[in-house]
Design a protein around this ligand. Structure first.
Ligand code: ZN
Ligand code: ZN
Length: 475
């Protein structure tokens, strides 16, 4: 079949109109693509802190763009690029089960931010308003750089506390729970990680709230791309900046990697405070937790360690020991120093990664439903200011239960199909009985049919009309 020249022109026009519409460019301006390219590179630059203070300083908190939310297309682009590099180097690429689990944690963390951000803003602004010790101009580059450095300094201490205090580690371990090390892991965060804002509150004594929020975004964006094995070294930058090489050590469960390289953007804090370790060329890094409890179910990964901490707490005989079990390090035992004895730490050697191979169609099913969940989250987050707290709560419950259902499917859990039937049928009922002003009628009809067919399929599977046999199960 021959492709007409007019077809190609029509295709180019369609792509152009989509880009112009998505970014609100001026259609009449023939140089719109220059603007698009400039915006694209500015978006990439935000991941490397390559931004101009004059373009990222705002007087009021409400004016600060949600840089992190805007970065989702770039996250996907980085993930794609990393896999192309790994594939070109003939190294293993991402596993779909582990990567979607990481992204699920990222999405659950974003939902929790809807609550924690409000508390964080309230506390920070209250301290800044009542107790600040100086008035720094919000539009001065010196204030901007001071905010960037103090954000990274307090990140170091907050991160270090998350590793050295057992009850905080119970949350932060989620970020370390993957046995892989890739950019998707950069998005794997605990739902309760938002509580860590208390470590940044001293900044409120001098740094204006709008700059605090701006640098919180950039500090987090920088930490996304350092989760990769595709970049070996960055040469002299390794002395000053946190890099993929340094962060690989941080994620290792080998004894020499434990409690090392806490830095966010700068590695100098680790060098100053004695927690730095370099990567060893002759030793393979084993990723994942020392006491591994692998699963693809985000709900289980988010909660299992907290119940372990409380089990340890109840086993202690005295109140002093009980408090030590909560506030000392994860390796602490009665009679040992705060962070435990080196010789008592568990030696982790090469181990088989947890993997359950489910059929390709099942992976595709999960992928499509995961995209629908992201679409739902995107709609909810852009409308959440006009939604009632109850509607937001329902939406968050929908997202979390959907992610759990997906995780249980990856785990080939016996009740996964029952949960999926319930989830799909509840969604059909919700579409039929509630109003969704953010979605037009065609989208709602497609969604209704989509969830109805999905629910019907899993109902047939529950009743053993259809069965899924995993290809292979590895432990
Ligand atoms: Zn960590
Ligand atoms: Zn990390």
């Amino acid at each position: 079949m021959e492709v007409e020249e007019s077809d190609i022109l029509n295709f180019n026009d369609s792509i152009r109109s989509i880009i112009v519409k998505l970014n609100h460019y001026d259609v009449a301006d023939d140089l719109w693509y220059h603007q698009a390219a400039e915006d694209f590179w500015k978006g990439v630059g935000k991941f490397f802190y390559l931004v101009k203070p004059s373009e990222t300083s705002f007087e009021r908190v409400e004016e600060v763009p949600n840089y992190f939310n805007e970065a989702w297309p770039y996250f996907l682009l980085f993930i794609l690029l990393e896999n192309v590099l790994l594939w070109a180097e003939r190294k293993p690429i991402m596993r779909i089960n582990d990567s979607i689990t990481s992204l699920s944690h990222g999405l659950a963390h974003e939902c929790s931010k809807l609550v924690f951000k409000a508390i964080e803003s309230y506390c920070y602004i209250s301290i800044y308003t009542k107790f600040r010790i100086m008035d720094l101009p919000w539009n001065n580059p010196t204030t901007w750089y001071l905010a960037a450095i103090s954000m990274d300094f307090f990140y170091y201490w907050g991160h270090r506390a998350s590793h050295e205090i057992h009850i905080l580690w119970a949350q932060h371990q989620v970020h370390h729970s993957s046995e892989e090390f890739n950019t998707a892991v950069g998005l794997r965060q605990s739902v309760l990680q938002g509580c860590s804002f208390i470590f940044y509150l001293p900044m409120a004594l001098i740094i204006p709230p709008s700059l605090f929020i701006t640098h919180q975004h950039f500090n987090l964006l920088y930490q996304f791309w350092i989760h990769t094995k595709a970049v070996k070294t960055l040469g002299p930058l390794e002395y000053i900046f946190n890099t993929p090489q340094h962060h690989r050590v941080h994620h290792g469960s080998n004894i020499w990697c434990l409690d090392k390289n806490y830095g966010g953007v700068l590695i100098i804090w680790d060098r100053i405070f004695g927690t730095f370790a370099s990567e060893k060329n002759n030793e393979e890094i084993i990723y994942g937790l020392v006491v591994n409890r692998p699963s693809f179910n985000p709900l289980q990964l988010q909660t299992f360690y907290t119940s372990y901490v409380f089990q340890r707490f109840s086993e202690m005989k005295t109140w002093k020991l009980k408090l030590c079990s909560l506030f000392y390090g994860p390796s602490w035992r009665p009679g040992s120093p705060r962070l435990g004895l080196e010789e008592e730490k568990i030696k982790v050697g090469p181990r088989q990664k947890y993997d359950i191979k489910i059929p390709t169609w099942c992976n595709l099913y999960i992928l499509v439903h995961f995209c629908v969940i992201i679409y739902g989250y995107h709609k909810m987050s852009s409308y959440y200011l006009v939604l009632s707290p109850f509607s937001i709560l329902l939406f968050v419950v929908y997202i979390l239960s959907s992610l759990t259902s997906i995780g249980m499917m990856f785990d080939n859990h016996p009740y996964a199909c029952v949960l999926e039937v319930l989830r799909c049928m509840l969604l059909v009922t919700a579409i039929q009985n509630f109003e969704f002003p953010a979605l037009d009628q065609t989208v709602l009809t497609v969604m209704e049919v989509f969830f109805l067919l999905s629910g019907l399929f899993w109902f047939l599977k529950c009743t053993k009309v259809i069965q899924i046999i995993p290809k292979e199960k590895l432990k």
